[in-house]
Design a binder for this molecule. Sequence first.
Ligand SMILES: [Zn+2]
Length: 417
Amino acid sequence: MLWLLAAAGCEYTCGEEAIDVEFVPESLRTKIGCDTTLRLTFSPIEATDSKHLITIDAPIVRSLVDDLNATQTVGRAVPSHQPESVRDVSQRLFDEYTVDGGSVHLGGCTLEDRPILRVTYVDRSIGKARLCHHFINLTGEPIEESLVERLGLKQLVPLSRSIQVTDDQCVRWRHVGETAVEGLQQSAEVEVVLTTVVWCKYAEGKLAFVIKDATTSIAFSDWAQLFVDGSTKPPALACPSFPQGSCHLAATDDGEIVPIEAIATCSESGKRVIASDLETCNATGAKALPEFFSSCPASGVRVLRKVLVTCETCQQSVSPTSCELSQCSACRSLANVSKDDPRMARLLGEYPRLDRWSRWKLSETATAYVLVANSLVKRLLVVVDKNDLKLLRLAKGSQFTKKWTEALELDRSADLR
Ligand SMILES: [Zn+2]
């Protein structure tokens, strides 16, 4: 009612039991049959004239509505409380973020008036006349009740600014409103009284984050009022390492701004990097950059290079987790091999004198063959590179001891070629 009076150009004060209209525009006075002032009461006992009692069907209410429909096609209103400036929204957004060693500012923001339609209708289907409001978007879809509450659509004031709308547009909106209510309740007892376009502020923009030389930005958009009352949180920054996102941001040493939860420190270099860029050492559990890692040739696991140990048999650098009694898993699992084995054939091709031995046992790592040749009394250990069959170790032993003695340079040709 107050909105209707204000929209018609009246000035008033509203008490608990009555509205005192202190000024009625001249054009309205004859239509509603009153003087320059008017008292409207909510109580039938106090009303001295049926015109001055506020009910849905009161002649004065009808006159005001008819006048508005005739002159403006649709009513125009705004929520009584909503953000009016970008600043109202931006400060609220900034407060949500913590930027370690940096700052957040607006990288552009617009506050646009977007229309929502309020269709006012009288429902007489339950006997007593009831005045209802139905809120819809421009395509006639209903606005959720919770959004109606949060946008303050139940406390409207007349639009004081001018927003350019064509007459055609107003007619279309009125039609959308009437159709929506018809779809809601098809009854002869439902009468659409008025469609009002409510202009709500919609915020759209980008937040820019700066930490030293690093920058990044996030786009945001929603009803401005929802950002201000906190029911819409500004978007969190996400990255593949922390897809759920966070509003607490920090920069890596390489100058990338990410959620702080996505940052970890390399145990070797002390560098702050994206956590997913770090590898975990299979032996110690430490997390470091891949450049500090090696693959164990015996077991294939990745370990920090500094924790590698030397296998006493093949003398390769292997993970401590694959070593037992100073022997790697390959050297512990030598298996009998015949000349038909393609690996053995390769070895005999390169080192034909190995053929003089009666039995061989072979094993391999990712990079080397480990071969032990046996005779009745003696043993020979041959470790060669798998790629080029280059000799890595040649040692001699006997069947009576596990010890190996390095072969002299002289023995190399005698034993192998
Ligand atoms: Zn070994």
